[in-house]
Write a protein that binds this ligand. Structure first.
Ligand code: 3PG
Ligand code: MG
Length: 406
């Protein structure tokens, strides 16, 4: 894997108008909408430091239209101000006359944060760069800049205008975080020390189940351990019965269950599923083996026996990648599966990588984030990359570099 894109070192940056695509999408408190974790905002600092002599305009997103946490980027801008030496301002416009006027007025050493780019309907379409280069978003903003910089590694698996449209028409470079993420993940992708173990959990099954197939097909994993909802989907694929409420939930994901079935048919020997769960019965955690699940409460964590089996494999591995928690660790009594596994990874001398906002955030809360070889700011993008899939935003940077060199 050689990424032949340009970096900030390839350009003179002084007095240049730079459009910087970040991913500062953050988890928000559901009642107050306050930012709960600023990891991605803090991670933008190295790139902002490199751009101190430029006129910087930041483009980013928060959640998606229709979701509760689809907000403006005002508080993100305030946190960005705390994390860089430039003066940061915010405008509640993305591409209208007010935004364009403010962009033109941005001075050297200043950073202007535009509002949530997903406020523009065009940004929510996925298509090829040449097509998205013709959107109003790109055609209105691109003429105001000398350079496009993409540091949004966590969104690199999306083929949206702000990620693939601008690099089609502007000289383009990868930012510092993009470089750092790819350098660390390259090691896992190209020559993982064996045995190599992937722990996949969390709630978003539609993002995870398809990449498991690719990870196994690419021969990158000796073991895939599944927890959280991903674990339930795999168990369902074997004919496991759950209580009525969970059966109802799983009935909404027939595609993923079918996919899990076909993955198991091909790679059964490399997949380890939970054999017990921590369930919520009468307001308390109870350990239940999978044979008891139809009459048990909701499965909110892997069970103690499963956690023990999983950690044994983690301890024997030389590469461990984890994305997504093993259960609902936010709920009292149901954190132990995720905690035990994170601690086993932190104590191991293997090359360890964790990704996904929730898991990385929890490692931070436990005070062990510094003990992993790499903590990725990405969830879905990291897994897509490790599964050998092409990341459209990175491909767009590579194509821009080719054009630049011609
Ligand atoms: C993420 O947090 O997953 C990234 O910011 C990408 O967002 P998306 O999954 O809504 O495209
Ligand atoms: Mg996502």
């Amino acid at each position: 894997m050689e990424f032949n894109y340009l970096t900030l070192d390839d350009f003179s940056l002084r007095d240049k108008h730079v459009l910087l695509r970040l991913d500062i999408n953050a988890p928000l408190d559901p009642t107050t909408n306050q930012i709960l974790d600023d990891t991605r905002i803090v991670s933008a600092k190295p790139t902002l430091d490199s751009l101190k002599q430029s006129m910087v305009v930041v483009l980013s997103h928060q959640s998606r239209p229709g979701k509760e946490d689809f907000t403006s980027l005002q508080q993100h801008a305030a946190l960005l101000q705390k994390n860089c030496s430039q003066r940061v301002s915010f405008i509640d416009d993305v591409m209208g006359p007010a935004a364009r006027e403010a962009i033109k007025k941005t001075k050297r050493g200043e950073v202007l944060v535009l509002d949530n780019v997903r406020l523009c309907a065009e940004e929510n379409l996925e298509d090829k760069g040449e097509k998205l280069a013709k959107t109003h978003l790109v055609s209105r903003l691109a003429p105001l800049f000398n350079l496009y910089v993409n540091d949004a590694f966590a969104t690199a698996h999306r083929s949206q205008a702000s990620l693939v449209g601008f690099p089609h028409v502007l000289p383009s470079a990868a930012g510092r975080l993009m470089e750092r993420e790819l350098a660390a993940l390259k090691r896992v992708l190209e020559r993982p020390d064996r045995p190599s173990t992937y722990l996949l959990g969390g709630a978003k099954i539609e993002d995870k189940v398809p990449v498991i197939e690719n990870i196994l097909k690419a021969g990158k994993a000796d073991h895939v351990l599944v927890g959280g909802n991903v674990g339930k989907v795999f168990l369902k694929a074997t004919g496991q019965k759950f209580n009525d409420a969970e059966e109802e939930e799983l009935a909404k994901a027939p595609e993923q269950v079918q996919e899990a079935k076909s993955i198991l048919a091909k790679h059964r020997d490399r997949i380890l599923m939970p054999t017990d769960f921590g369930t919520l019965d009468d307001g308390m955690r109870v350990e239940n083996s999978i044979s008891k699940l139809p009459r048990a409460g909701k499965c909110l964590d892997i069970g103690a026996e499963t956690a023990e089996k999983f950690t044994r494999i983690v301890r024997q591995s030389k590469t461990v990648v984890a994305s997504g928690p093993m259960g609902v660790f936010e709920q009292d009594g149901f954190e132990s599966g995720t905690k035990i596994i994170l601690e086993a990874m932190a104590d191991s001398s293997a090359f360890t990588v964790i990704g996904g906002g929730h898991l990385a955030g929890y490692a931070g809360i436990l005070g062990i984030a510094g003990k992993f070889s790499h903590v990725s700011t990405a969830g879905g993008a990291m897994l897509s990359l490790l599964a050998g899939e092409e990341l459209p935003a990175i491909e767009a940077l590579v194509r821009a570099a080719k054009r630049h060199r011609m």
